[in-house]
Design a protein around this ligand. Structure first.
Ligand SMILES: NC(=O)c1ccc[n+]([C@@H]2O[C@H](COP(=O)([O-])OP(=O)(O)OC[C@H]3O[C@@H](n4cnc5c(N)ncnc54)[C@H](OP(=O)(O)O)[C@@H]3O)[C@@H](O)[C@H]2O)c1
Length: 162
């Protein structure tokens, strides 16, 4: 099972319910990587994704504790266990945990690949991804060249759990 996230130098991913920055090439990569696949996400992240993106050719598994929550284009689940059971219906390599912070943290133990866009900047933030560089079991197995978006530098990294 995969994780996919864009993180800054401190592994920050968001502030006040929003992304830290929108890098067009990163958004394109996210769409390419997850299109036709299965995305697991928290209710807050689901509500933040533009409607036309949620209705793409993707299965959206959305976590909420609200037992009456319903949304078009989403399979609603109410616990990590229920999400994992639903995800078992698909090939594990086609399942992507896409956030936010609470969901990344809870699903990290069940994942073995992480696609990380690493942004060379420190943002003011209130949501973080677990710092994979502090885990002995997670190693960078692939790294892109440095890319730029105006004066922002970033690279795409693939981490695998050994
Ligand atoms: N940089 C990136 O790659 C990236 C990607 C995604 C998100 N983000 C950022 O992450 C931030 C949002 O993260 P977040 O942690 O606040 O929100 P979140 O993880 O997107 O959603 C949290 C919600 O998910 C539901 N939930 C979580 N765990 C659950 C469980 N075990 N059982 C049932 N429901 C569960 C709850 O919904 P209810 O409240 O409905 O019960 C909870 O309030 C935003 O700033 C967003 O922009 C960044």
């Amino acid at each position: 099972m995969n994780l996919i996230a864009a993180v800054d130098k401190n592994w920050a991913i968001g502030k006040q319910g929003r992304l830290l920055v929108n890098i067009p090439e990163d958004i394109k990569l996210f769409r390419m990587e997850t299109n036709g696949k299965v995305a697991i996400m928290g209710r807050k992240t689901f509500e933040q994704i533009p409607e036309k993106t949620t209705l793409m050719d993707r299965v959206n598994i959305v976590l909420t504790r609200n037992m009456t929550y319903k949304k078009e284009g989403a399979i609603i689940v109410h616990s990590v266990e229920e999400a994992l059971k639903k995800a078992e219906e698909y090939s594990s390599e086609d399942v992507y945990v896409v956030g936010g912070a609470s969901v990344f943290e809870q699903f990290l133990p069940y994942c073995d690949v992480a696609h990380i866009t690493s942004i060379d900047y420190e943002y003011d933030a209130d949501a973080h991804f677990p710092n994979l560089d502090t885990f002995a079991s997670w190693k960078v197995t692939r790294m892109s060249d440095e890319h730029t978006y105006f004066d922002l530098c970033y690279e795409f990294k693939k981490y695998c759990k050994m």
